[in-house]
Design a protein. Structure first.
Length: 161
């Protein structure tokens, strides 16, 4: 191998290892090593997505993926006056849990709902806003400030009826 070929090979190697990964369209990286191409994609609304993610993690097992609940056990969130109605009531239920008999869409429910007070005010606002604008519901959003104003001392339950 002559000097010219060796020099060209070294130049190509340097380009591949150092220049292309940092400056080409195929390999732009930020300071944390993440692709800038991925970062340039439009991202969905953070609050909506966070609300949906929280719903999946904390609510879906009882209220189901479509908000239909489980008849006789867990109330539906679909087109529910409990969801679309008074913000204070739905916020209080999430913060303090619920025990006692309630009637939702003309059906009686008696299951205990555990408090979700470990969620932040913003997380509760996001999940309730998600629920109030999905499953056939259309209601005003809930703000973290509204949640904070209703956060009670721990160990308090919201009573049905």
């Amino acid at each position: 191998m002559n000097k010219y070929t060796l020099s060209l090979l070294i130049l190509v190697l340097i380009s591949v290892l150092f220049i292309i990964p940092n400056n080409s369209v195929f390999g732009q990286m930020d300071q944390n090593g993440k692709s800038k191409i991925q970062q340039s994609k439009p991202q969905p609304s953070g609050k909506k997505e966070e609300g949906k993610d929280i719903y999946k993690k904390f609510c879906l097992s009882c209220h189901q993926a479509d908000g239909s609940g489980v008849p006789g056990m867990y109330p539906p969130l679909q087109k529910s006056d409990w969801v679309n109605g008074d913000k204070k009531r739905i916020i209080s239920i999430v913060l303090t849990g619920l025990k006692g008999e309630i009637v939702v869409n003309d059906e009686t429910y008696r299951q205990v709902m555990p408090a979700q007070a470990s969620l932040s005010n913003e997380q509760i606002a996001n999940v309730l806003t998600f629920v109030r604008n999905n499953f056939g519901n259309k209601a005003d959003p809930i703000s973290p400030r509204e949640v904070a104003s209703l956060r009670p001392p721990s160990g308090t339950f919201f009573k049905g009826k």
